[in-house]
Structure formats: C-alpha cells, structure tokens
Write a protein that binds this ligand. Structure first.
Ligand code: RTP
Ligand code: MG
Length: 140
C-alpha cells in the first residue's frame, strides 16, 4: 500500500475541552504523521462550503452552526493506508456505536459533537486538503 494523505479536523467540542494534544497523540500512535496543521475558527459560510455535500440532509444547519461555534484544528495526515487508518482510529460517527479505544468512543459527546472529521475516500481527501491548505503549507 502506497503512502497516502488524508484530511482531518479536530472539531470545536474537542478544542473547547483542550483535547487537541490528546487526539493528535491517538492519531500519531496509529501511525499517522501530521504533515500540516493549523487552528481556524471557520465562518458559517466556510462550514457550509466544506459540508456542501450534506446540504440536503436534515442535520446540515445544526452541523454548520456547530462547526462555526469555536476553533477547529485542521490537519493533513500522512501514512500507509492513511484514509482508512484515520477512519478506523476515529470510530463510528455516533460515539454510542464506536469501538473501544477509538477517538469518538473516548472523547465524543454525541453524533453531532463527535470530536473529529476524516476524509472518506481519495477524491474527497484531495478536495478537502485543497479547501484548507495551499501546497506550501503541507510539509511531508
Ligand atoms: P465526518 O464526515 O465528520 O468525518 O463524519 P462521518 O463521515 O462519520 O459522518 P457524515 O455522515 O459524513 O456526517 C458528517 C457530520 O455530520 C454530523 N452528523 N450529525 N445529527 C445527526 O444525525 C448527524 N449525523 C451526522 C456529524 O458531526 C458527522 O460527523
Ligand atoms: Mg463524512
């Protein structure tokens, strides 16, 4: 398996509880390397643009409101099979369904305030990295 890059976010419920380091450590322990990272307080419009794929879903407004309610840490993670590996260490969307030891099982509060985001496929990873980072900000 070739080295892949994926996009990750530490969501406002987690930055608010000072969990940036704890969550990043779980990503690193899973073999993922942080090759870009910055803290952003996204606007409502930036959240709507990022989550445009979900705009018809019933939770879209709530999601964009939450994601623009405080600081987020956006990251690019690199490693073997990084997209699937990140999804595995994140755990299921709803923390009630997440496996033991996953970030969402350990830290998430609810299906909405679920602490982390991770790209779900190579095409979305490339698109999401590009949404938040310029090429020179990613240092492998
Ligand atoms: P993510 O995109 O954040 O990595 O999470 P995911 O793939 O596991 O979940 P997805 O279906 O893409 O949903 C995106 C985010 O929307 C919020 N959500 N709320 N209230 C609800 O029923 C509900 N369902 C989803 C979550 O914050 C989820 O991560
Ligand atoms: Mg998703």
């Amino acid at each position: 398996m070739a080295i892949e890059r994926t996009f990750s976010m530490i969501k406002p419920d987690a930055t608010r509880r000072n969990l940036t380091g704890a969550i990043t450590a779980m990503l690193e322990e899973a073999g993922l390397r942080v090759v870009a990272s910055k803290r952003v307080w996204m606007s409502r419009r930036e959240a709507e643009g990022f989550y445009a794929v979900h705009k018809e879903r019933p939770f879209f407004d709530e999601l964009c409101e939450f994601m623009s309610s405080g600081p987020t840490v956006v990251q690019v993670l690199e490693g073997e099979n990084a997209i699937a590996k990140n999804r595995e260490v994140m755990g299921a969307t709803n923390p009630a369904d997440a496996a033991d030891g996953t970030i969402r099982k350990v830290h998430a509060r609810s299906i909405g305030e679920n602490s982390v985001h991770g790209s779900d496929a190579p095409a979305t990873a490339a698109q999401e990295i590009k949404y938040w980072f310029s090429d020179i900000e990613v240092v492998g």
